[in-house]
Design a protein around this ligand. Structure first.
Ligand code: PEP
Ligand code: MN
Length: 281
């Protein structure tokens, strides 16, 4: 790919694989790291319950979204910075890393001070000012593929973050828009090995926004692992039927436990190590 020549994102040789160390949890080749949690944090109770349970069943980070980009302005938009005390409480109660979406340059600094990883969502993949601001942070950035972005556009978006000074970028395949409507998006499974050919950056998969359906989430997770993904970001809710957003694609805690049991058995077959936090006795 010509446009990737002389870029920071480009893989230099077969063995060039960046492993991102986030407070002694790793993202990259040889590891399988799971981030899990609700589509959005709703209140203290559900957030703490989810965090404790996912930590028990295996995860490195909590999805702790406070801001939600929604198609309709009348849908739940997230609890915003009021949720920072919830993130802080989870930090003190668990060993999980915290991960949260940044939607705008207005809250990037205040939010990133309370989390270990920031996420730039699909809708902002080509928000170049936000990418450049994320490039000034000293923490990993999970960059999700735009809904109709080619791999080249996706990688050049990552290049913006890297070129601005932050080389800790984790790419996330989250499905692309296609003619199919049964699934919310079409999980581009070959994007995983293709990205691994083109770039040295870690690649994770979002089985929730790609499928849009709880019943398909386990298959998407296993397919991602088999295709070479370095991890997952999964929506998990203690009571999906009453979730304020994306309940239909969120698995519950019992389903999460079963899924992690299956995934942990499969990970060694792909020469990877399943990572978990150290749960306090
Ligand atoms: C999300 O992960 O919360 C999200 C909104 O997903 P995406 O940006 O992939 O649509
Ligand atoms: Mn969601």
């Amino acid at each position: 790919m010509e446009s990737l020549e002389n870029t920071k994102v480009r893989k230099q040789n077969e063995n060039h694989n960046t492993i991102i160390n986030c407070d002694n949890n790793y993202f990259g080749e040889g590891y399988f790291s799971v981030i899990a949690g609700p589509c959005a944090i709703e209140d203290m109770d559900m957030a703490i319950t989810t965090a404790r349970e996912i930590e028990k069943y295996g995860a490195v980070a909590l999805r702790g979204s406070l801001y939600k980009p929604r198609t309709s302005p009348y849908s739940f938009q997230g609890i915003g910075l009021d949720g920072i005390e919830i993130l802080d409480a989870i930090k003190s109660e668990t060993n999980l890393l915290l991960e949260s979406e940044i939607l705008s340059t207005n809250h990037i600094q205040v939010l990133s001070d309370h989390v270990d990883l920031v996420r730039i969502g699909s809708r902002n993949m080509d928000n170049y000012e936000l990418l450049k601001e994320a490039g000034k942070l000293d923490k990993p950035v999970i960059l999700k593929r735009g809904i109709s972005a080619t791999l080249e556009e996706f990688l050049l978006a990552a290049e913006y973050v890297m070129d601005a000074g932050n080389e800790q970028v984790i790419l996330c395949e989250r499905g692309i828009r296609s003619f199919e409507t049964y699934t919310r998006n079409t999980l581009d499974i070959l994007a995983i090995p293709a990205l691994k050919e083109l770039t040295h950056l870690p690649v994770i998969v979002d089985p929730s926004h790609s499928s849009g359906k709880r019943s398909l989430v386990p298959s998407a997770c296993k397919a991602a692992l088999a295709a070479g993904a370095d991890g997952l970001i999964i929506e998990v809710h203690p009571d999906p039927l009453n979730a304020l957003s994306d309940g239909s694609q969120s698995i519950d805690l019992i389903e999460y436990r079963k899924l992690m049991e299956d995934i942990q058995k499969l990970v060694p077959l792909f020469n990877k190590e399943f990572l978990t936090t150290t749960v306090d006795a």
